[in-house]
Every structure is written in C-alpha cells, then in structure tokens.
Design a protein around this ligand. Structure first.
Ligand code: ADP
Length: 399
C-alpha cells in the first residue's frame, strides 16, 4: 500500500515528533517552515522555506504532496481553502481551522452546541482607541453582562501561551488592543485537557483526561498529570464534553464546507474544573498538544502516531493508557542564551521510568520550551517523584 505523502505547515516540535513516530512506516513528509534548520524541518524529506501566512508558500507545499496538515494554527486559511478547491485534502478541514483561529467564533460554536463555558460578550473592535471615559463605560457595561469585575479580556486572534489574554480588575484597566471579547473570570480548581482522535467519517475517541499545571513565571503549561486525579464522574464529564466539542467542530465545518475533511485529525480540548465541580470548555486546538505528550511513553500509541495515521489514510490506533504518567516541560534556564547545552542529561536519564524528548532547537532562551520529559510508574505519586527528580538534575544552559 502506498501511503500518502504528507505536507506539514510549521517547523516546530509537534511536526518533529510526528515525523519521528511516522518513521516506523514508509512515510514521506514535506515541511513548510519559516526557517531552516528547525525542529520539524530537520527530519523532513523535503523542506519549503516560507512564511506560513504566505499563500504562495502554502500552495507550493500543497503541490508537492497528497495531503496537507498544520502543526500550528497561525497559517493562511485562504491558501488551505484554495488547496481544497484544487482537490488536495486538508486535514483537519480549513473550515475547522477558520473556526478555531477566531476564539470569538469558537465561543459561539460552544454556545450553539449547548456546551458549558464561561459567560462571555463581544467588545467593540476599537475599544483600546476610545477616549478613556468611553472605554471605561464600555467595559463597565460589558463586564456587567458576564457577572462583573474581574473579567478576562481575550483577543480573538493570534494569541498563544497566554499572550492575548488579560485580566481586567476595573473599568480603568488598560485593555489589549485589537478585536476581542470579555469572559467571566472562572473560579477554577484545576485546568484539565482531553486529547481526542478522529478519523474521517468516524466517531472520535479520547485519551484519558489529564490535569495541566501552569507555571506562573513562564505562563506556560509546566506539568501534566495523566490521568487527572478526579472522581470518575468528573473524568467522564470532561471526556464527554471534549468529544462533543470535536463533534460540534465537525458539524459546523461540514455545514460551512461540505467538500472539506471536517474535524479529522488530533484535537486537544482545554477545560476548566470549577470549584463547585462543573466542567467548562476553555478552547480547542486542531492538532497534537502539550497535554498529550505523555501518550508517547504511557500509551499503546502516541498522539503523534494517531496524527500520522489519520493523515496517511491509516486507521487510528488504541488510545489505551498503560501506566500513570507525569510530563514536565524542559524550559531554557533563566538567563540562558546561545547554543543549548543539556547539563545533567545523563543523570536525568538514570532515573527509572523517565524518557527525555529534546526538540533540537538551535537556540536557547529563558523559559523557551526546549523539550519535555515523561516519567511512568505504578502510581501517579511515584511518577511525579521520578519526573521531578529527573528535571531537577537537568538544566538547559547556553554557550
Ligand atoms: P492561550 O490560547 O493563549 O493558551 P487561554 O484562553 O488558554 O489562552 O488562556 C491562558 C490561560 O489564562 C488559561 O490557561 C488560564 O490559566 C487563564 N484563563 C483563560 N481564561 C480564563 C478565564 N475565563 N478565567 C480564569 N482564567 C482564565
């Protein structure tokens, strides 16, 4: 069987880990990356260097392959639509990405699908440019609709890793410039996530629900506990909600673009668990996700293998988790710059049950994601101890 040649937009670590997994099979990848070398482009069979927002570059990539996908959301949707109209499949379909790129459209979809989420309301596009008194009045009236201050302002487009999210404590606080909406500040006890897998035309399956623990200094997800330590009814509710998000994305995408692939691929749904025990949708990503990295070392098949299989036209694999796991991100040390040096790697690898995944980035910066490690063990507590022991031995410095 000849497997499809795959074109991936984005030269980051998610593409890299997908290609790593795909090498078990007779796979072929072309990667569009703004720079070379880069983690994903390093392992590709063919590299197109170009901007992910440049339609010409995306069409160039599409002309070389049988199927196109993206490991990052910030790519040209118009170019993906053009590829679809030329008969080149895009997975997930361009209509899925168009919906996800705009967090306001995402929120609308969750409302339409009857999914639980924080109350929200639109803001005027020119909010930041209004005179201070008008701005404060606009914020005061909108905040009232979602339960009052403090509120969370979110840019509709372009945000990631918390950029594009601002907590406003009063009408006088300076809002972020750009089209945005306001959302109630959720009193959550935990942030949960579910990675789901969906082959074209089939029902989605989901890995166990995990807890994401954030590092306030880096504003990044720092650690993932898999599975989350919650009662079965909460875990069930999280899975059910995440799968319903994927189904809703699929329905909306098919309605908008009947010829498109719909929600086929790997999806991550980020959720809040409120202090009163409700599961709320935060946002979805149409690609493998940091919260699913544990699947590489703790599951029958990783999220990257699933992604590859779906792109290649193979059936998805089992989502079974064999052992409790703890994933920790490996970030550049404070003050680090230049070529990365992995101090203590051998010592970290000596911890039982630990696997280290380094992304091959050529330059380290403080708090930059340079890799991750996963520890598995018989109990979640032991997995956490092993992971922390390994990370405490490893530092990414620069030279
Ligand atoms: P990004 O797409 O940049 O990751 P998110 O919408 O996930 O943005 O927000 C980043 C973080 O901000 C979340 O992980 C959470 O910690 C916090 N946050 C987002 N929305 C809310 C909210 N409504 N209430 C409280 N905290 C929030």
């Amino acid at each position: 069987m000849a497997l499809r040649r795959i074109g991936l937009l984005g030269g980051g670590q998610l593409g890299r880990m997908t290609i790593e997994e795909a090498r078990k099979y007779p796979s072929w990848f072309a990667v569009l990356s703004p720079d070379f070398p880069s983690p994903g482009a390093d392992l590709a069979d063919e590299v197109v260097i170009g901007d992910l927002m440049d339609p010409e570059a995306v069409l160039d990539l599409g002309g070389r392959v049988d199927v196109v996908s993206y490991e990052i959301e910030h790519v040209s949707v118009d170019a993906l639509k053009e590829l679809e109209s030329r008969g080149i499949p895009v997975l997930p379909g361009s209509a899925v990405l168009e919906r996800i790129q705009d967090k306001g459209l995402q929120k609308r979809l969750w409302d339409e699908a009857g999914l639980p989420q924080a109350p929200w309301t639109d803001l005027p596009d020119d909010l930041a440019a209004l005179p201070p008194a008008d701005r404060a009045e606009a914020l005061r009236s909108r905040a009232g609709r979602v339960g009052g201050f403090p509120v969370v302002q979110k840019l509709r487009r372009g945000g990631y890793d918390g950029r594009g999210v601002r907590i406003l404590s009063s009408p006088e606080d300076e809002p972020l410039p750009g089209p945005s909406f306001l959302e109630a500040k959720v009193d959550f006890s935990k942030e949960l996530a579910v990675v789901a897998v969906r082959a074209p035309g089939s029902v989605p399956a989901a890995y166990p629900c995990v807890e994401m623990v954030f590092d306030p200094a880096a504003n990044l997800c720092d650690s993932v506990r898999a599975p989350a330590d919650e009662p079965p009814e909460i875990l069930e509710s999280a899975l059910h909600t995440a799968l319903a998000c994927v189904e809703a994305l699929d329905r909306a995408a098919r309605a908008a673009s009947p010829g498109g692939a719909g929600a086929a691929g790997v999806f991550a749904v980020e959720l809040f668990l409120t202090r009163d025990g409700r599961v709320l949708v935060n946002e979805a990503a149409p690609r493998p996700h940091n919260s699913g990295h544990f699947t590489q070392d703790a599951c029958a098949a990783s999220q990257f293998e699933q992604y590859f299989r779906i792109l290649a036209g193979l059936p998805p694999a089992s989502i079974e988790q064999f052992r409790p796991a703890r994933m920790l991100n490996i970030l550049g040390a404070p003050g680090a710059s230049g070529t990365p040096e992995y101090e203590g790697l051998a010592e970290a690898l000596a911890v039982p049950g630990v696997t280290v995944h380094l992304y091959g980035k050529r330059e380290v910066r403080p708090y930059r994601k340079m890799g991750h490690l996963t520890a598995v063990a018989d109990t979640p507590e032991e997995a956490a101890l092993r992971a922390e022991a390994a990370r405490s031995r490893l530092r990414v410095l620069g030279s």
